[in-house]
Design a protein around this ligand. Structure first.
Ligand SMILES: Cc1cc2nc3c(=O)[nH]c(=O)nc-3n(C[C@H](O)[C@H](O)[C@H](O)COP(=O)(O)O)c2cc1C
Length: 206
C-alpha cells in the first residue's frame, strides 16, 4: 500500500519526530511504500493565495506533487503537537492548499458550495498522532478536545476517509524516557493494526 506520512514540528529532537520516525519505520517493515514529508524541513509555504482557490487553478509543480500524492495514498498518517488546540500553522496551511476541491472533495453538479460535498480521497484509513502537555481529562472537560473534531469530522470524514484513529500522547513535558518508549511501542502497534504487513487495501480495519 502507498502511505503518506506528514510531520509538522520544528525541532528534529522532538518527541513528534520520534513518533514520525517510528511510524515510517513500521510501515516500511510492513512492506509499504512510504512518502514522508517533514513540512518544516521542506520549507512548505502554508499561505493559500487567492488565485489558487478555484478548482481549476494552475498549480505549481510542487503543489501538484503534494496533491497527487495525497490523492493516490491508500493511507495517511499525520503527526503534530497540540498548539492552542490546533495544528501548527504550517500544517493548517498544508491542509488549506493540498486538500483542495477536485483532489480531496467535490461539490455535486449544480451545487455552488452551499451543500454537503462528496469526499474524493481514496485512503482506506487515516491516523493522527498528537502530543500535548494537558492531561486527557482536562483536555476533554475544559477544551472539548478540538483536534478530535477537526481531524475526524471536519477533515477526514468530509474528504471520504471514514476509518480514523487518533492518539494524543500527554503529558509530554514531564514524561520519562521509559514512558516515551512505551508510547513509541503504541505508535508501532497502531500503525501495524491499520496497515499490517503485506496488507491489501481490503485488510484495513473499519
Ligand atoms: C505555540 C504553542 C502552543 C501550545 N499550545 C498548547 C495547548 O494548547 N495545549 C497543550 O497541552 N500544549 C500546548 N503546547 C505544548 C505542546 O503541545 C508540547 O510542547 C508538545 O506537544 C510536546 O511535544 P514535543 O516534545 O514533541 O515538542 C503548546 C506549545 C507551543 C509552542
Amino acid at each position: 500500500m502507498k502511505l503518506s506520512v506528514i510531520l509538522a514540528h520544528p525541532n528534529k529532537q522532538s518527541f513528534n519526530h520520534a513518533i514520525a520516525e517510528t511510524a515510517v519505520d513500521s510501515l516500511k517493515q510492513n512492506g509499504h511504500d512510504v512518502v514522508f514529508h517533514d513540512l518544516y524541513d521542506e520549507g512548505f509555504n502554508p499561505v493559500l493565495p487567492w488565485d489558487e482557490i478555484p478548482e481549476r487553478a494552475a498549480l505549481s509543480p510542487e503543489l501538484e506533487a503534494y496533491c497527487g500524492e495525497i490523492a493516490a495514498a491508500d493511507g495517511i498518517i499525520i503527526v503534530h503537537p497540540n498548539w492552542w488546540g490546533q495544528p501548527p500553522a504550517i500544517l493548517k496551511g498544508w491542509v488549506d492548499r493540498v486538500f483542495r476541491p477536485g483532489v480531496a472533495y467535490q461539490f455535486l453538479e449544480g451545487d455552488k458550495g452551499e451543500g454537503v460535498p462528496i469526499g474524493l480521497l481514496k485512503a482506506r484509513a487515516a491516523i493522527v498522532f498528537n502530543t500535548s502537555n494537558t492531561d486527557r481529562e482536562r483536555e476533554v472537560k475544559a477544551f472539548g478536545d478540538p483536534l478530535e473534531t477537526l481531524w475526524k469530522n471536519c477533515i477526514f470524514d468530509l474528504c471520504g476517509v471514514k476509518t480514523f484513529y487518533r492518539r494524543m500522547f500527554s503529558v509530554v513535558v514531564t514524561s520519562s524516557a521509559k514512558q516515551r518508549s512505551k508510547w513509541l511501542e503504541e505508535v508501532q502497534g497502531a500503525v501495524s493494526r491499520y496497515f499490517p504487513a503485506n496488507a491489501a487495501k481490503s485488510d484495513v480495519p473499519h
